[in-house]
Design a protein around this ligand. Structure first.
Ligand code: MRU
Length: 353
């Protein structure tokens, strides 16, 4: 199928992270979809707290926010050159890095900021700001490219299901898995989109279907528990998800519930696609067993929309990511290319590691 050039702006209106030149404005994802409000950050610690609290979320977005956090942190110190600045900035960088453990994009972005700082001169503040801007711009370009690569894998008329939120809200714009869905819808390849609620934080219900609605893309919300049944009906040919960390053997950490979708997909002959920029690929981690899985407040399970639904005194376990084995993944799509049925050898071949 010949893809016509995509009108990116037509399908992509939301930006979660705005640098004003002076402050960082974060679209407050805790309040969506009913309140569209920005939180202003003026210090690196405010950015670290915003990442921890999920004001800004999604692997690429937290990397970009952390990079701007480093720029804000630079205002709190004085130094003659980048090397001296790096020593003084290091505690703030470490606090940003510790804000969330699973998505590798956070450490990746901060490593980039450290690298440019270490070799810069008296203009180190400008160098840092340019690097943060570059990280954001490269992410948007990567997403647009991955959108085309991923959509190419989808046969015309297919139904797709996604999980969590991997859209403009989770990135510099356009999205990863949602970028593939945007591109696939624009090209007429995708007939129907289903989004899982993504309990307990409801990224799917609160963010994904709202984001798609803003861009005029029809999506049907399902309960997470309806996914296997949906696959059995034959309504979807692809599960398309993002990633927080992709290991050297293709094992992929993503939002809790992704693993069970991959198992159900394989059982039903539904294909499973992971879409992520190469900043999410962690070739230093050989397999998924070594990934730290973030545990969040069990209280997230005790209610819906602020109302308590669970009796007092109940215990809960709340891991917010899981690891899908590489062998259950049909395609990993990055801006550097596609790895089908990933293995350590095929990952190494693409990522030169
Ligand atoms: O806890 P979250 O909302 O930050 O989790 C987000 C996800 O798991 C996404 O699928 C992943 O970060 C990819 S976003 C392009």
């Amino acid at each position: 199928m010949n893809a016509s050039p995509l009108d990116f702006d037509r399908y992509d209106h939301i930006r979660p992270i705005l640098w004003t030149g002076d402050t960082l404005e974060l679209l407050d994802q805790r309040k969506l979809p009913f309140v569209v409000e920005h939180v202003t950050c003026t210090t690196s610690d405010e950015v670290a707290e915003a990442i921890h609290a999920l004001t800004v979320r999604g692997a690429p977005a937290i990397g970009i926010a952390a990079a701007w956090g480093a720029v804000l942190g630079a205002r709190e110190i004085e130094a003659e050159n980048g090397e001296a600045a790096l020593m003084k900035l290091e505690p703030a960088l470490q606090r940003l890095n510790a804000a969330r453990p699973t998505a590798v994009n956070l450490a990746w972005a901060l490593a980039r900021m450290r690298r440019v700082l270490a070799t810069s001169g008296a203009d180190w503040r400008e160098v840092l700001a340019r690097e943060a801007q570059a990280i954001a711009e490269e992410d948007l370009a990567a997403n647009r490219h991955m959108g085309a690569l991923g959509a190419d894998l989808i046969a015309p008329g297919s139904g797709v299901m996604t999980h969590c939120n991997t859209g403009s809200l989770a990135t510099a714009g356009f999205g990863t898995a949602l970028g593939v869905i945007r591109a696939g819808m624009a090209q007429g390849r995708i007939g129907k989109v289903f989004a899982g609620e993504t309990r307990p934080w409801l990224q799917g219900a609160r963010l994904t279907v709202w984001e798609l609605q803003q861009d005029g893309i029809d999506a049907t919300l399902i309960a997470d528990a309806a996914a296997a049944h949906l696959m059995k009906t034959g309504a979807v040919q692809w599960i398309v998800v993002g990633a927080d960390r992709i290991c050297a053997n293709g094992d992929t950490a993503n939002k809790i519930g992704t693993y069970q979708l991959a198992i159900a997909a394989r059982h039903h002959g539904v294909k499973f696609m992971v879409v992520a920029p190469s900043s999410t690929v962690d070739m230093d981690t050989p397999s998924g067993d070594l990934i730290e899985i973030e545990q969040r407040d069990p209280g997230e399970l005790f209610g819906v929309g602020g109302s308590r639904t669970v009796a007092e005194g109940i215990q809960a376990w709340n891991p917010v990511f899981d690891v899908t084995p590489g062998e259950l993944i049909d395609a990993i799509v990055t801006q550097q290319g596609v790895v089908e049925r990933p293995t350590t050898a095929s990952m190494r071949a693409l990522f030169n590691a």
